[in-house]
Design a protein around this ligand. Structure first.
Ligand SMILES: CC(C)(COP(=O)(O)OP(=O)(O)OC[C@H]1O[C@@H](n2cnc3c(N)ncnc32)[C@H](O)[C@@H]1OP(=O)(O)O)[C@@H](O)C(=O)NCCC(=O)NCCS
Length: 200
């Protein structure tokens, strides 16, 4: 874990980052980097962030604005939110780690970075939750392990309320993890996220 937090996550730069070499085992996520990421960036349909070592992309994620229909949320959460026809949210459209770098904490680092960025932006653009679209059962399991909840009626789509994300970072565990990574720390983060969800 120690090295994990020293690597920088930065916007994709097609001139520096070798998109062709990225391989995460899900062809659509590899192809996205090769052939669609540049256009998405240029047309502002998604912001793309990479965790890279020199030109090598270890992993990436995308962020976009999103809209939730309150009727798609669980009743107890919808009741706590204003009764607007659509609620603003932030979408992690894609998140992937190259197969050569799996199970070293990079997926977690990317996810936490995306959550932090989404939360930080709420002071400028409203967002009630972070939504993810899971490509497969593995992705669902990954997000659920961080406390994401499945939309009733659409298990491939999951969300984490912004309030939970605020609580996660308010506990400062993220900053501690960045500065003094210790074995077991990521479990504290998992636990915190899950605990906050349960307490909502
Ligand atoms: C899902 C993915 C991003 C995880 O990346 P990773 O770098 O291997 O994950 P990490 O090493 O950061 O794992 C951190 C924690 O996530 C959880 N996790 C990771 N993969 C998981 C899985 N398939 N199922 C359940 N939990 C998982 C574990 O709790 C792990 O903690 P642990 O060390 O206690 O086991 C990666 O497997 C991937 O890119 N898969 C293909 C693309 C994909 O499915 N993307 C999902 C969004 S579309």
């Amino acid at each position: 874990m120690a090295d994990t937090f020293r690597r920088l996550i930065e916007p994709l730069d097609e001139k520096r980052h070798a998109r062709d070499r990225f391989s995460c085992g899900v062809e659509s996520l590899d192809a996205y980097l090769r052939s669609r990421a540049r256009q998405d960036r240029q047309k502002w349909t998604a912001a793309i962030f990479v965790l890279a070592e020199g030109p090598t992309i270890i992993g990436y994620y995308t962020l976009s604005s999103y809209s939730i229909h309150p009727g798609d949320l669980p009743d107890d959460l919808a009741r706590r939110l204003p009764r607007y026809p659509h609620l603003p949210a932030t979408l992690i459209g894609r998140l992937a780690v190259d197969t050569n770098y799996r199970k070293q904490g990079f997926g977690e680092q990317l996810l936490l970075d995306a959550l932090k960025r989404a939360f930080d932006n709420t002071s400028e653009i409203g967002s009630v939750a972070v939504v993810v679209e899971a490509e497969n059962a593995n992705a669902i399991a990954f997000y659920r392990s961080y406390g994401f909840l499945q939309f009733p009626g659409n298990p491939d789509k999951l969300f984490l309320p912004m309030r939970t994300i605020r609580d996660l970072f308010a506990k400062s565990l993220y900053e501690q993890a960045r500065s003094q990574p210790k074995p077991g720390q990521q479990h504290a983060l998992h636990f915190t996220v899950v605990q906050r969800i349960v307490n909502i």
